[in-house]
Write a protein that binds this ligand. Structure first.
Ligand code: F3S
Length: 75
């Protein structure tokens, strides 16, 4: 039996970015997925992680889709 190696899933990693010029602080992103989105002292969204942790992709996408300003990009 072969060694089950560490499977790299680089191609599947999801990244999210927030456009600070668009973000108006609606905080939907944070309410839906606080594991990935935080709020700065002005209430604007900050992305807390370099890559969306496994299992949170759906939540992160939903957060992006619910931003009224369409400030969140999912790659
Ligand atoms: Fe900003 Fe949209 Fe979140 S406006 S705080 S990125 S829901």
């Amino acid at each position: 039996m072969g060694i089950v190696g560490h499977v790299l899933t680089e191609g599947n990693l999801m990244k999210v970015t927030v456009d600070p010029d668009r973000c108006q602080g609606h905080a939907q992103c944070w309410e839906i997925c606080p594991e990935v989105f935080g709020l700065d002292e002005e209430g604007h969204s900050v992305v807390l992680v370099g890559e969306v942790p496994a299992g949170l992709e759906a939540k992160a996408s939903r957060a992006a889709g619910n931003c009224p300003e369409r400030a969140i990009t999912v790659d």
